[in-house]
Design a protein around this ligand. Structure first.
Ligand code: FES
Length: 82
């Protein structure tokens, strides 16, 4: 069995497998809206490898973190614009 870590996504507790990216954890939590563009359009992961910047969320207070590049750590706090 894979080790699990607990994170907060928009204030809700989620348990995910160790090594899961934040983007995957957010999607697995049933959320597809990660942020909003300057015109208010919903955005979410596109490339999954750090190029498009569409998956940006706030991670532990750091704005505009590319969630597809960051593995979940225990106690991490993630905020989306969803
Ligand atoms: S999904 Fe493209 S940078 Fe994260």
């Amino acid at each position: 069995m894979a080790e699990k870590v607990t994170i907060l996504i928009d204030g809700t507790v989620h348990e995910v497998e160790c090594g899961t990216t934040v983007a995957a954890a957010v999607l697995n939590a049933g959320r597809s809206l990660f942020r909003r563009s300057v015109t208010g359009a919903g955005r979410g992961p596109l490339c999954g490898m750090g190029i498009c910047y569409e998956c940006r969320v706030e991670i532990d207070g750091v704005l505009h973190s590319r969630s597809c590049l960051v593995p979940c750590r225990s106690g991490m706090e993630v905020r989306t614009d969803g």
